[in-house]
Design a protein around this ligand. Structure first.
Ligand code: GLY
Length: 367
């Protein structure tokens, strides 16, 4: 597909996001209510609270709109409250701060933003379990019940650690990232190239105890967003570390993902879900597309072609560029067994934007 097709889509994304940003300057959206963005400012630790800022920074980088920069900077400042609540800090520090402070630092050189990245990286590094060589995922109510839980999504948070090593010239952070990635290769990736969502380790001995089903259809199934996190996450670890095993793992996960894309081209919530009812998660398609585009730089053009097919399907059938609603991407699903399915989710819009900007050479690489 010609670059000018994607350039046209990037302009449509920018036109819509810039208009929406003007009418909700103070919001930190997660989803929509009656088509309008909700606001998570009072739920400031929520793991997705960096993505709207990330989308605005990407569009600022591509189109230079100062209004978007100002709104994104305000969100970054609001996120400072999260640092003061240990119960709100979890392994998703990468998602929160790479998209907000990291973007600001890359695009403006802000020293305050660099400082936020280092604070976030220190906290993430502190979640490392030495016995099991994994980064603890979520918190619990203080009973230690989740002390041994790690999740595939964490592969996307590791770039925060690689970047902290680059900034500080201190290898501790990338050592922890690599140790976690090595564990994930061994403990999460199945022989067929699919990945588990949650793996539980004994937090004292480090022994792998069991896997859990998580946000997919069932234990042992293939939750598609988890597959996409693994695909993109191992590619990112390869980009930062140059380790061949991470690239091979990313290829293995990607090949399995691509083999299971339905004929319709729409991505289900879980590749193993029953045919009826058929629930979709277009966030998985957008995240996988980003990962496939990056992977194609090391593993061949065919991955980029698949990414373009996935994205064109989204753009033509799952995107709203009109102002009748605030979101762009439709049919986003957080978890298969949720009562709320196939709606708007802000990271769907973020990864769609990132992917389209990659395809027209206007992305700011935030990972
Ligand atoms: N990281 C949680 C999710 O993907 O829903």
């Amino acid at each position: 597909m010609k670059g000018n097709y994607w350039q046209g889509i990037a302009e449509k994304i920018y036109d819509k996001a810039a208009s929406v940003a003007k009418i909700c300057r103070d919001k930190i959206p997660y989803s929509t209510v009656d088509g309008r963005f909700d606001d998570q400012t009072d739920n400031i630790s929520w793991w997705t609270n960096g993505f709207w800022a990330g989308e605005l920074w990407q569009l600022y980088g591509a189109f230079g709109d100062e209004n978007l920069r100002e709104i994104a900077e305000k969100i970054e400042c609001k996120l400072d409250r999260v640092f003061l609540d240990s119960r709100g800090m979890d392994h998703d520090s990468g998602f929160r701060w790479l998209m907000s402070a990291g973007a600001d630092w890359r695009l403006t050189g802000s020293d305050a933003s660099k400082n936020r990245l280092i604070l976030a990286a220190n906290d993430l590094a502190g979640r490392f379990n030495l016995a099991g060589n994994f980064i603890r995922a979520w918190n619990d109510s203080g009973d230690g019940s989740k002390a041994g839980w790690a999740i595939i999504d964490c592969m996307m948070n590791l770039p925060l650690l690689y970047i902290a090593t680059e900034i500080l010239h201190d290898p501790r952070f990338s050592q922890i990232a690599a140790a976690h990635a090595d564990t994930a290769m061994r403990a999460f990736v199945r022989p067929d190239g699919s990945v588990c969502h949650i793996v539980e380790f004994d937090p004292t001995t480090g022994e792998r105890l069991r896997s859990h089903g998580g946000q997919g259809y069932a234990h042992g199934s293939s939750w598609t967003r988890g597959q996409a996190w693994g695909l993109y996450g191992f590619t990112l670890s390869h980009i930062h570390s140059k380790k061949r095993e991470y690239l091979d793992t990313a290829v293995k996960i990607a090949d399995r993902f691509v083999a299971r894309i339905p004929e319709s081209g729409f991505i289900p919530v879980d590749f193993d879900q029953p045919p009826e009812p058929w629930y979709e998660d277009s966030t998985a398609a957008a995240i996988a597309a980003c990962g496939l585009i990056e992977l194609s730089k090391f593993a061949g053009e065919k991955y980029r072609e698949t990414a373009e097919t996935l994205l064109r399907n989204l753009v033509e059938n799952r995107c709203r560029f009109d102002l009748g609603c605030d979101n762009i991407l439709e049919k986003c699903t957080a978890a298969y067994h949720d009562s709320w399915l196939e709606g708007a989710i802000i990271y769907g819009d973020y990864f769609l934007t990132e992917a389209v900007l990659k395809l027209c050479g206007r992305e700011t690489f935030l990972w």
